[in-house]
Design a protein around this ligand. Structure first.
Ligand SMILES: Cc1cc2nc3c(=O)[nH]c(=O)nc-3n(C[C@H](O)[C@H](O)[C@H](O)COP(=O)(O)OP(=O)(O)OC[C@H]3O[C@@H](n4cnc5c(N)ncnc54)[C@H](O)[C@@H]3O)c2cc1C
Length: 370
């Protein structure tokens, strides 16, 4: 018997889940309230790696990288660029220096290909990176970047090829587990997958279902093209709390996290002047050229009480995937894949089971995965 599934949300998770469901025999309709990639996936930085200290994340990171590379090799409309990821703490920040060493040991224990590198080795490998004042650095070569919106569009096209009906400009309301309302009609499905990102709490609220996920604002900017940016790795400064990666001969720089809940439908979409100025000068201290800002913007991420996402069956036939703590794009291919398997009767990701919470938990937003 064919399973009829609604996937709500055309971001990186939704298009992947929809594609895999249809490929594996389900009859799938994807509803997107705007257009594909109009949510967080279209505003993300596209930094991807498998450097995680927990086994489930490392596995999802590796699987996602495999899928990104395979998609890049098989299609002209998507490009994934392999690039080392390095992160470091300043020499006067002994706590974070210890933290980097411990992280590397934990990551190695779960099979991640990462190592501690000396500032000298970093300078030799990446001459355009300014390494003054770095105490401890680490490097992961199982990493790379892409433009996230191109993944969503390419995977959306692949989903259509697999038989998914994609209905854009179609906001969905949930009435009960298998029943959804669009502006034109009421639809019944065997299963509904809410891949609605930071809007998931609102989508559920109408059915009286609570979810412990708080949307929060983050910011990013790009710099103009300069030849000197060649050979820059993807970089995270753990002491100052910002990251950058190569982008079209310039850089993409990010962070500017606000540790309070914001309305995902009503937040300032432009970056703050203070974010732009602070991060332009931070990155200027870390590269051997003068970066000029070309564009800056803000977007939303979702936090949960334990920093792990909420992925799986929340009620009979009703599945959710959200709360990725700013690391949802790099795990989206694996999360979408595992979610599709779960809907089709396979095991979910036990660690991310959304029913581990009541839904009304009080918690503070913290940055990152821990
Ligand atoms: C500035 C910034 C930088 C980031 N950088 C990175 C990074 O480098 N690496 C990384 O891994 N992650 C990064 N992230 C996080 C990443 O963007 C998200 O975790 C990921 O994109 C989430 O994907 P998603 O498919 O769950 O959600 P989304 O991409 O938000 O998709 C949800 C979709 O659901 C739709 N929708 C919502 N409500 C409804 C409704 N009622 N009916 C129909 N459709 C609906 C929305 O329009 C949206 O298109 C970053 C985020 C931001 C903002």
């Amino acid at each position: 018997m064919t399973l009829h599934v609604a996937v709500v949300g055309g971001g990186a998770v939704g298009v992947t889940a929809a594609h895999d469901l249809a490929r594996d025999g389900a009859d799938v309709t994807l509803f997107e309230r705007d257009e594909l990639a109009s949510g967080s996936s279209g505003r993300a930085a596209g930094v991807c790696y498998s450097a995680f200290p927990h086994a489930v994340d490392a596995e999802n990171g590796r699987r996602s990288l495999d899928r990104f590379r395979a998609l890049s090799e098989s299609r002209d409309d998507f490009e994934f660029t392999g690039c080392p990821y390095v992160w470091f703490a300043h020499e006067d920040d002994t706590e974070r220096c210890d933290g980097v060493r411990k992280q590397v040991a934990q990551m190695n224990a779960v099979g991640a290909d990462v190592s501690v590198v000396s500032p000298d080795a970093l300078r030799t490998a990446f001459p355009a990176l300014e390494t003054a004042g770095i105490g401890v650095a680490a490097r992961c070569d199982d990493a790379g970047y892409t433009e996230p919106a191109t993944y969503v569009r390419a995977m959306g096209a692949k989903a259509r090829e697999a038989g998914v009906r994609i209905e854009e400009d179609t906001p969905v309301r949930l009435r009960e587990s298998g029943t959804i309302l669009t502006p034109a009609a009421t639809h019944e499905f065997d299963a509904v997958v809410l891949a609605t990102g930071v809007q998931t709490k609102q989508v559920l609220a109408e059915s009286g279902i609570q979810l412990p996920m708080k949307p929060y604002r983050v910011q990013a900017l790009t710099t103009e093209q300069t030849q000197a940016s060649d050979g820059i790795p993807m970089t995270y400064d753990a002491t100052e709390g910002f990251y950058f990666r190569p982008r079209k001969g310039g850089l993409l720089v990010g962070d500017g996290t606000e540790l309070f809940e914001s309305d995902p439908d009503d937040y300032p979409k432009d970056a703050d002047d203070s974010f732009v100025e602070t991060n332009r000068s931070r990155v200027e201290n870390r590269v051997t050229f003068e970066p000029t800002v070309s564009r800056a913007w803000a977007g939303m991420c979702g936090a949960t009480p334990d920093c792990d996402p909420l992925v799986g069956e929340l009620r009979d036939g009703l599945y959710v995937a959200c709360g990725f703590q700013g690391h949802g794009f790099m795990r989206a291919p694996a999360i979408g894949e595992r979610l599709a398997e779960h809907v089709l009767g396979g095991e979910g990701i036990q660690e991310f089971d959304p029913r581990r919470f009541r839904g009304d938990e009080e918690f503070e937003i913290v940055e990152g995965l821990s």
